[in-house]
Design a protein around this ligand. Structure first.
Ligand code: 28F
Length: 681
């Protein structure tokens, strides 16, 4: 490569030999030259039309255009190595070892084919005939545009043992094409250009940008070697020459390079996936990278994929080596097929029930995939012309996927199992997140609702310090409590019995139910992030439930709810549990109440003789006076203030009740089932 640079500076001074191209066709040459200049003038006038922009993006595009031509030559089967060099003077050179451009006169244009390539707009496609230009930049305009937008361009073309050179300045021939010597067996094209600062906002190439693009192209073209040499002095703080070349044992003259890389991937997009997964700090779900490919005439598809244990999706798609950022038909085909194949597999091997369906997003969680299609006459659509429009590609990609991925899954059950489990987990997580969002919404509407719940029997007192709210289990006990309360400062909110099925439904579902919402509204202080203590309507919130397993459940549920969503109520000592008596011991007209077996026995002894004891199975068995006297009246009742420790314990109990394991749940229920005879576990 350095060799060719020397040729340009030394041999150009020798007299240029007359060739066919600059003598025999002088007339024709003049005519077409006029057209050419008009064409390239248009490019200089409206550069954005041809390279997108004159920003750094457009500047880098110049390199891609030239490299794409070398890649086309590689796709045609003749080029195995491309060298890109960033020179100190701000120019960049690209060299390939392809066939070189045919050196004669172009039959249609009457000028040398080399000049056609570099000075006629849209050369490649128009003159290549049978779809020669497969690769091709975003705008597919090629070398002539680069030439038009460069301060100068020098080319060295080696073919059939002859070396030809030409120099252009802002698209115009500055030194006509000439055979400058022999090149032996060497062949290929060398192009060096210096972007025109009159055109571009910046003319400084970014190493990392070029690097990324070249690496990507090397991945997409398996076996092709791409070399990147940076000869520019390094700025302060930048690293020394990078020795981490990605292909070993190469002979390259990089003495002067400040940075140097070689990209060469025999395994192509498989290595692309490996590279991308390697960059993540995630483990892979299956060892091998799945590789699928198909070809039908001129159309081919290649897919490489591997799942990792992260939650994101990395899918990069290409059409004719162009990164289709906006997707298109190939991407749609891939996604559709993937979702369908994973669902079909899940059903076939009973990982999914008949009515279960994994969404596309579920199937792509943790996926790292490259989809690359090659086709003649690709249509690019969309805002940035990076969306593939060719309709035939979708069914083609789907067919290749169906055939090959289905086979792969059936032949690799371990990988298949890992993939399907990942998708099922993703689905569950998504479902939970959705519920949480719904809950958030229902909380909001609960807060916005200012009408007090119909079931609430409110008190007259408005001073929060003095008021009490009884949360009572069941409508009938609620009725008794309403009768037995002191309506001046005691309010009652009955809760329906359905809430008892704590262990059968998830907290989020219970909360969004009609059970909890009235409590939130009655308390008035909001929930979660919107909790506002100042709006609390009652100083004491008293849970009044039966002393049986259902009562224990309801208490657990409510405490868990307060703990998770209204914690300040517990921390500030607003939550209490009522202690209804377990027995009434009576003798004649005398009645006394016992809160434990021991107390009952002691009272019987005290009353002496034929004292009898009756057990309360529930609050509903007491009349209003009894309930008032034993449980509600501040003069006689026993309340226990709920501490944060109690709430933590309730939360743990709740989790245990919710858990998958049956044993701990049964233990809990048995421990708390002292008063229950026929328990349905
Ligand atoms: C550094 C950039 O541009 N390489 C190129 C070729 C090879 C042929 C070619 C190019 C033929 C009809 C135009 C050779 N032999 N690298 C490059 N390598 N162009 S550009 O042909 C040009 C077209 O009109 C080539 C047989 N066919 C094609």
């Amino acid at each position: 490569m350095t060799e060719k640079t020397e040729i340009m500076t030394e041999e150009f001074e020798t007299e240029v030999k007359a060739t066919d191209s600059n003598v025999d066709s002088e007339k024709k040459y003049d005519d077409s030259q006029i057209q050419v200049l008009e064409g390239l003038e248009a490019v200089r006038k409206r550069p954005g039309m041809y390279i997108g922009s004159t920003s750094a993006r457009g500047l880098h595009h110049l390199i891609y255009e030239i490299v794409d031509n070398s890649i086309d030559e590689s796709l045609a089967g003749y080029c195995t190595k491309i060298t890109v060099t960033l020179h100190e003077d701000g120019s960049v050179s690209v060299q390939d070892n392809g066939r070189g451009i045919p050196s004669g006169i172009h039959p249609k244009m009457g000028i040398s084919t080399i000049e056609v390539v570099f000075t006629v707009l849209h050369a490649g496609g128009k003159f290549g005939g049978d779809g020669y230009k497969i690769s091709g930049g975003l705008h597919g305009v090629g070398a002539s545009v680069v030439n038009a937008l460069s301060e100068w361009t020098e080319i060295v073309n080696c073919r059939d043992g002859q070396k030809f050179t030409e120099r252009f300045e802002r698209g115009k021939t500055a030194r006509p094409i000439a055979m400058v010597g022999e090149c032996g067996d060497e062949h290929g094209l060398y192009v060096r250009f210096k972007p025109d600062p009159e055109i571009f906002d910046t003319v400084e190439f970014e190493y990392s940008v070029v690097e990324k693009r070249l690496r990507e192209q090397a991945f997409l073209n398996a076996g092709l070697m791409i070399e990147l040499i940076d000869l520019r002095p390094q700025k302060e703080g930048e690293i020394e020459i990078a020795e981490d070349t990605e292909s070993a044992g190469l002979e390259v003259h990089t003495e002067d390079a400040t940075r140097y890389k070689v990209y060469h991937y025999e395994e192509g997009i498989r290595q692309f996936v490996k590279y991308l997964n390697g960059k993540k700090r995630a483990g892979v779900l299956h060892d091998d990278i799945v590789y699928l490919s198909g070809k039908k005439g001129d159309v081919s598809v290649e897919i490489a994929l591997q799942y990792n244990d992260s939650y994101d999706e990395t899918m990069i798609t290409f059409a004719n080596n162009i990164n289709t950022i906006e997707g298109g038909t190939h991407e749609t085909g891939f996604k559709n097929a993937l979702t369908r194949i994973i669902n079909d597999y899940g059903k076939k091997f009973k990982a999914l029930k008949d009515d279960e369906k994994l969404s596309g997003d579920d199937c792509r969680e943790g996926l790292c995939a490259i989809v690359s299609v090659k086709l003649p006459e690709a249509q690019f659509e969309g805002q940035t012309k990076t969306k593939l429009g060719n309709a035939d590609i979708r069914p083609f990609v789907e067919a290749v996927m169906t055939e090959e991925l289905t086979n792969y899954l059936e032949e690799n059950p371990n990988a298949a199992k890992a993939v399907i489990e990942k998708a099922i987990t993703a689905q569950r997580a998504r479902e939970a997140a959705r519920k949480a969002r719904d809950l958030q919404r229902s909380r909001k509407s609960a807060l916005e609702n200012t009408t007090l719940p119909g079931k609430l029997v409110d008190c007259q007192e408005k001073n929060m310090e003095l008021t009490e709210l009884f949360l009572v289990e069941g409508d009938s006990a609620g009725g008794t409590a309403k009768e037995g309360r002191n309506s001046q400062f005691q309010a009652v909110l009955p809760m329906r019995g359905k809430i008892l099925n704590v262990e059968k439904s998830r907290l989020d579902r219970i909360l969004s139910s009609t059970q909890i919402t009235p409590i939130i509204i009655a308390l008035g202080c909001g929930i979660g992030e919107e909790f506002n203590m100042e709006k609390l309507r009652y100083g004491k919130i008293i849970i009044m439930s039966d002393a049986d397993v259902d009562g224990a459940h309801i208490k657990t549920l409510l405490l868990t709810f307060f703990f998770r969503h209204m914690r300040p109520l517990i921390e500030n000592g607003h939550i209490y549990c009522a202690r209804p008596p377990l027995f009434r011991v009576f003798k004649g007209k005398t009645s006394r109440y016992a809160f434990s077996d021991e107390e009952k026995d002691r009272i019987i002894e005290e009353l002496g003789g034929n004292a009898e004891a009756e057990r309360y199975k529930g609050l509903g068995e007491m009349d209003a006076d009894q309930l008032s006297e034993t449980t509600m009246d501040p003069e006689h009742r026993t309340l226990s203030k709920v501490t944060i420790e109690d709430a933590i314990e309730a939360d743990e109990t709740f989790t245990l009740l919710m858990g998958e394991e049956v044993e701990p749940r049964r233990d809990f229920i048995q421990k708390n089932a002292k008063y229950v005879t026929n328990l349905d576990i």
